[in-house]
Design a protein around this ligand. Structure first.
Ligand code: FEO
Length: 175
């Protein structure tokens, strides 16, 4: 059993993860149109991951006799000035999500709720990884430059993260 305050805060987190999933889907579509295949694949994967983050909270709320609410999703932007601007928006959104997770951790302490505190640890680690990944990509884009001559190389660099993720999944399946 969780408190109403925790239930409401987790439902807000569901909305944030759902928006991230749609935002990244919109970005995948933009990348596709711009011919950035590696970036499109990357953003599709991120979008799927955000949906999984959202569903994990549905599962937790159901397990703890809470009630998960399916959120209304605000229209995500469809156009981006450049691939660098797009990744800056991703990084900014991830920082917002991290702040929200930290607030949830603090609320769990205040509500004396060790179960939710324990549940949130997965998100704390995930946010650390996501922010680090986005910073790495942004640093690469800044090094390469994001003028028209650089887009091919940026796409290749981002595609390396797709290949690494696929290799990691294959290893997990083998185990
Ligand atoms: Fe689930 Fe990347 O925030």
């Amino acid at each position: 059993m969780i408190s109403k305050k925790i239930e409401a805060a987790l439902n807000e987190q569901i909305a944030l993860e759902a928006y991230a999933s749609f935002l990244y889907l919109a970005m995948a579509s933009w990348c596709d149109r711009e011919g950035l295949e590696g970036c499109a694949q990357f953003m599709h994967r991120q979008s799927d991951e955000e949906r999984a983050h959202m569903l994990r909270i549905y599962g937790y709320l159901s397990e703890t006799d809470g009630f998960a609410l399916t959120p209304a999703i605000a229209q995500a932007p469809h156009e981006f000035e450049s691939v660098q601007v797009m990744f800056e928006k991703v990084y900014a959104h991830e920082q917002k999500v991290t702040q929200s997770i930290n607030d949830l951790v603090n609320l769990s302490y205040a509500e004396k709720d060790p179960s939710t505190l324990n549940f949130l640890q997965w998100y704390v680690a995930e946010q650390r990884e996501e922010e680090a990944l986005m910073r790495t990509i942004l640093n690469k884009i800044r090094l390469i430059g994001d003028g028209p001559q650089s887009l091919y190389y940026i796409d290749k660099e981002v595609d390396k993260f797709n290949k690494a993720a696929l290799a990691a999944e294959a290893t997990e399946e083998e185990q």
